[in-house]
Design a protein around this ligand. Sequence first.
Ligand code: GL4
Length: 838
Amino acid sequence: ETWPKGEEKVWKSGMRELDTGVEDITKSFVNHVQTSLARQPYNIDNLGGYQAAALSVRDNLLINWNETQLNYTRKAPKRAYYLSLEFLMGRTLDNALLNLGLKNQYSESVKKLGFNMEDLLDKERDAALGNGGLGRLAACYLDSSASQELPVWGYGLRYKYGIFQQLISPEGNQLEAPDPWLDNQNPWELPRLDVTYEIRFYGQADRLPDNSGRSQWTGGQEVLAVAYDVMIPGYGTKTTNNLRLWESKPKRGFDLNSFNAGNYEGAVAASNSADAITSVLYPNDHTFWTAASLQDILRRFKNLGKPITEFPDYVAIQLNDTHPTLAIPELMRILIDEEEVPWDVAWTIVTNTFFYTNHTVLPEALEKWPVPLVEHLLPRHLQIIYDICANSQSQQNLFFLQAVEKKFPHDLDRLARMSLIEEGTPKQIRMAHLAVIGSRKVNGVAELHSELVRTTILKDFVEFEGISKFGNITNGITPRRWLDQCNPELSALISETLKLDKAVWLKDLFKLEGLIPFAEDPAFRKKWAAIKQRNKERLAHHVQANLGLTVRTDAMFDVQIKRIHEYKRQTLNILGVIHRYFELKKMTAAERKKVNPRVVFFAGKAAPAYYIAKLTIRLIVNVARVLNADPETKDYLQVYFLPDYSVSLAEILIPASDISQHISTAGTEASGTSNMKFCLNGGLLLGTVDGANIEIAEEVGENNVFFFGHLTPAVEDLRYQHIYHPVPLEQKCPNLAAVLNHVSSGAFGEPDVYEPLLSTIRQSDYYLISDDFDSYLAALKMVDEAYLDKEEWIKKSINTTAKMGKFSSDRAINEYAESYWNLEPCRVAAGSTPKDTT
Ligand code: GL4
């Protein structure tokens, strides 16, 4: 079919430019009220106001998005694709305005129309398509890719429900309610009902008799993948990248109920992520969107008209943990069965295309899929996985196990350890092993973590493939959201002090070092401290408005916010609080007056099936209830559990913190990223020698952080001792024994309720609470002492922010682009107007 061409200048005369002036913005806003929303002007609430503003901003984004995509099509650069089961985007409007540079114009415009921008921003629901750090990292990387003008697309799943909403019952139990985030229409996505793929499940795979390694996969059922595009604007650039999310639609006769695609709780909460330990697996979703993404990527590559062997010159695919690993056998299937590429050539293409990031060494979080299930759901993929293990069709390469056998003859243990298939009933596929051998590079997310990956879970693979394949890229965070947006006053003070436009230092975060001399300037310190104080008041106001509780703002704000998990040790924190409480109770009123008042904030969700984590929440809530009501102590120690932790809540909590806690058992937290966010906002760090805490301390100096606890190499020995040479707790750590006895005796509600939690500590104590408790208390004491010298504390705060340059996600994404993907920026010329519109 030939498309109508028309006259170029007529087309051009109809094309919209960005609305950058207040008048144009107002016009566009009112037009959307009138037409898109079909509402009466003068008569619209804040929600409608938010929607009109969002639709108007979306128009602007689309203009840039179109230009960016057209530019990519024209220039045909190598592209990278970030495949992730989670994208924890949070809110979009404020970020889009910042990145477009239109914040002031929009504020002025909506003000003239009778609205307050803050109220409109507050109407947006979080897009919470993820659990925690891993999903938020993906969102930061998209922001940085666009800001660095890198041709990167994200691919994921369009869940109908975000992560559950957390409610807290009167007894202190976590209850889960669905998060129907799409109930109001979502202005940030663009349905692409014409971009669809058919994804096959079940059926049978028959090998062709020609010994080519090819198969024919027939029968079963097909489900339809429909694309929804989300615009990702870069900061201070026209580049607006794409996040493509897939929705599943039944084809006739397909039983979507039994398939459960797009069921977030099924797919993510029940997946083997470090945040959500459970062993129930639903690989359908994983397959569904990875297959759709790959077909989409391949189609785009084919438009270039290049030979298939050049695929890795034009495409890099990053696997965000093992969840999208099925992309490896899927690309093999397409190449071998559909493109008729010989096995060895296909394998060379695959292993030059994929990159795998590992995000945890916790054994329970390493994905394994039962062979019978994969055999039923994806018979052809299972064949390919077996062929990767040991393939008789290959002409050139020895396939995986044969090659291992050749390098390490007669080492059967090693073969069993390394195999893609774990023996047992049922047999299981080790997804991490598949991801490793199918990728060009493998990385961990902080120096210590990457070293642990190399020396523990992937040691055999390092010995087999050589160390150079196994690297590190320390995580990062976007300073746009995590400083400028969440802490606008601090951002303004930084710009004023550095005499730099924020557009400069937000893209070159090392510029913050220029703050160091100002730490010695009392007038600057005063301004710095005043901003922290106002952020504390903003948080207190939020707690008052939402929970009806009065938080005192003259206290030190001590914050621990993250998923609730035994390894993250919220229990250590709350037991420390209880210890502090009983110390206060022992004091005279006069002694108490000398104590540094402290408010301890907790927030975080527990996986719905994680009983011990839920008990931890219950303990925190009940400790809070007792302490906040105790007239003797409540002026010196308050505790709050803020329900329903989210990206938006983090944006209020983080700028308000004086100190934050990152206290995982050494060697368990791969990186952590909120540690970076707190420090960037001038909050000091109390933590263990773990994950990215270590690199933060390297940057800011050990005198500016509070470290405690055993180091990683000691952990295994200590666990061994717990089992084989147990020492009674009363003897080993009397402080902790006393605290546990208080809990057992009913100081915080019914005595029996907490026994299962307490016994994890009294018995095997896998996460070493008893080993680290005294050193934790000592660190808390050091924090108290340091806080007494306010001026010194503010200096530490300034110096901490000043040294956070390394932790910008711009740095991290550039490392991926340069060292792994071999990707270069692809600029859209400012003000350029595309010539053709096809
Ligand atoms: C995690 C790690 O637990 C966390 O330390 C890390 O910062 C994050 C991003 O790399 O990845 N791994 C999993 S699984 N969930 C996470 O949040």
